[in-house]
Design a binder for this molecule. Structure first.
Ligand SMILES: [Zn+2]
Length: 241
């Protein structure tokens, strides 16, 4: 069953779903605005189909009847809507895109359309948790070379852990000495709050792509540990016609 957000479900005239891997495999991909996801920070303001498939990791629109969506397999899918249901956005955020500012860019699209930050509702779907997201000892230094350096430095203890955080029986054992475990969702929530989105308007579905039983979710990291056919999630949002 697709995962849904309680907060987004309360937005009038908006439908959404965080599809699991099996549902994503059956989903009509042609129904989405077609973007090439590149782990960047561009958000496409969509009106009509572009002549060429744009490189972007987010889409923003106010059109009814057009689904916006993103593909993920460990990265964060964010679905956003103005509380009045007039504007929607879908965003793909891995650590690179988040550190480069894609979340602020998405929030800015709402602001340009006259929506105050306090009127934006955000749901974060299944993603790799700090239970399973092992990063190298150099990862912190890499984050410090990004535009998010100040935030990372100030919140280091909330973002990077010396042990897996709340691991499950299916979380992988450490692969290297000196590793840390990164809380990607917390990183994105911090950025949302930094961009003046209200904490009460942010919902995080704490569902880990790696260690949720049954491999119902696609995980890039899990496939690097145990090679298997590629699977991924699709998360979509639309205004109803
Ligand atoms: Zn996990």
């Amino acid at each position: 069953m697709a995962y849904t957000s309680r907060l987004l479900a309360a937005v009038p005239g908006v439908r959404h779903a965080f599809l699991n891997a099996a549902e994503a495999a059956r989903f009509d991909r042609a129904s989405l605005v077609d973007i090439k996801q590149v782990h960047g920070c561009d958000v496409l303001a969509y009106r009509t189909p572009p002549a060429e498939r744009p490189s972007a990791d987010g889409v923003f629109a106010d059109l009814a009847g057009q689904k916006l969506g993103v593909y993920t397999a460990d990265c964060l899918p964010l679905l956003m809507a103005s509380r009045d249901g007039r504007f929607i956005s879908s965003v793909h955020a891995g650590w690179r895109g988040a550190a480069a500012g894609i979340i602020q860019r998405a929030v800015a699209q709402f602001a340009v359309s006259g929506i105050p930050e306090a009127e934006i509702v955000v749901a974060i779907g299944p993603h790799i948790g700090a239970c399973c997201y092992e990063v190298s000892g150099e990862f912190y230094a890499r984050l410090l070379q990004t535009p998010a350096a100040g935030l990372v430095r100030a919140r280091r203890e909330s973002l990077l852990f010396s042990q897996p955080r709340r691991p499950t029986a299916l979380s992988p054992a450490a692969r290297e000495a000196g590793s840390q475990w990164f809380a990607l969702a917390d990183f994105c929530v911090m950025q949302l709050i930094h961009a003046d989105v209200v904490p009460d308007n942010i919902e995080v579905l704490n569902i880990c792509t790696y260690c949720t039983p049954g491999e119902v979710l696609g995980s890039y990291r899990r496939r690097t540990h145990a090679p298997k056919e590629k699977t991924q999630q699709i998360s979509w949002i639309a205004r109803v016609e």
